[in-house]
Design a binder for this molecule. Structure first.
Ligand code: NDP
Length: 333
């Protein structure tokens, strides 16, 4: 079983990742926080044996892998250091704040010969995986369009840097649109070529930070994509739709952290429910795939290169917002 060092005394580590690690018999052996007091409290509360005072100390604890869930401007240096220390790296999304930084992380992992994953958990969602399989099997015919509804209400406990600090990756685009981008790329197996977008501040985020955004994407093969992301919409639920020449597929509650949601395949005005299989915890599924990759079997659900490519889409959305023009997506080189 993997021994993990946690970089970041974060909400996601506490609420999702530590429970998922333990469900698989994996072992969080140390946590690093920039605040000794927060680190100690976190270690005590979650029964992590070591609270490391520095990154170097954390990376000297015997372990197999590092899970990085600090704010996004810190991912690059921490991931590069973890790879250089010979640890496999699972990094939160967005992989970094810039494509240069994301490329540095990918390169560092390659140079060290370690596995690099990006924690785009939606690839582990039973409904998202079901849609991916339907599309790949040709059940909807030629894909024409995909629509992502990911406008939610940001939970009270997360109303910090996401609303206030663009330098840490605040704003709905780097927080949520990047997930949509990854889910779209996964479901269609196609890259996004360019985007246009509009965003607003609906009064939740600090002035100048977008808390609601819509983007229109052009994908390979003249497939159109549409995303609606928000921190401000309390009652909508989420959804994912893919429309093809032979059928359309609709999923409710598709863009969540839990294995919820239903999938309906619609042809000629008749909808047929599709069985989504076991409703395993998304984070358990992601960690299982990561551990398999460490043991030489397959790749993480979202690789470092996926993290780069999905970040490239989110950054193109930000470019489009800044310029008001259609923005190209930087391809993976
Ligand atoms: P948090 O705000 O909980 O934690 C981020 C950092 O903030 C921590 O590393 C910690 O620093 C610091 N921090 C935590 N609590 C406090 C506090 N009370 N006062 C001051 N600082 C504090 O972030 P999230 O868990 O929401 O997000 C962390 C990362 O995970 C981000 O990259 C985010 O995008 C990603 N994420 C991914 C999700 C997914 O499903 N894939 C879901 C949620 C987040 P220190 O470590 O130095 O103590």
């Amino acid at each position: 079983p993997l021994r993990w060092v946690l970089i970041g005394a974060s909400d996601i580590a506490a609420t999702r990742m530590i429970p998922a690690m333990r469900a698989l018999g994996q072992d969080p052996v140390a946590v690093f926080s920039s605040s000794p007091e927060r680190g100690r409290q976190f270690a005590e509360r979650h029964q992590v044996p070591v609270a490391a005072g520095t990154l170097e100390e954390a990376l000297s604890v015997p372990a197999d892998a590092v899970y990085i869930s600090t704010t996004n401007e810190l991912h690059r240096d921490q991931a590069v250091a973890a790879a250089a220390a010979g640890r496999h790296v699972l990094c939160e999304k967005p992989l970094a704040m810039t494509l240069d930084d994301a490329a540095d992380i990918v390169r560092a992992a390659r140079a060290a010969g370690v596995v690099l994953g990006t924690n785009h958990h939606l690839r582990a969602s039973p409904v998202v995986r079901t849609i991916q399989k339907l599309v790949a099997a040709g059940d909807i015919g030629r894909p024409l369009a995909v629509r992502v509804h990911h406008a939610v209400e940001l939970p009270q406990r997360l109303r910090g840097w996401r609303l206030e600090n663009p330098a840490a990756g605040g704003g709905v685009v780097l927080d949520i649109t990047v997930h949509d981008a990854d889910a779209l790329r996964f479901v269609l197996g196609r890259e996004v070529l360019d985007v246009t977008a509009t965003a607003v501040n609906q009064g939740l985020a600090a002035p100048g930070v977008e808390d609601a955004a819509m983007a229109v994407l052009r994908l390979e093969g003249d497939v159109l994509g549409f995303t609606h992301d928000a921190f401000t919409v309390p009652h909508a639920g989420t959804a994912l739709e893919v429309h093809g020449t032979d059928a359309s597929v609709f999923a409710t509650d598709a863009m969540t952290q839990d294995p919820d949601g239903e999938v309906v395949l619609r042809r000629g005005g008749t909808g047929t429910p599709v069985d989504v299989g076991p409703r395993d915890d998304l984070y358990v599924t992601g960690l299982r795939a990561f551990a398999d990759a460490v043991h030489g079997d397959g790749t993480p659900l979202a690789t470092g290169t996926d993290g780069f490519a999905s970040l490239a889409v989110a950054l193109a959305v930000r470019d489009a917002l800044r310029t008001g023009a259609r923005a190209p997506v930087t391809p993976v080189s």
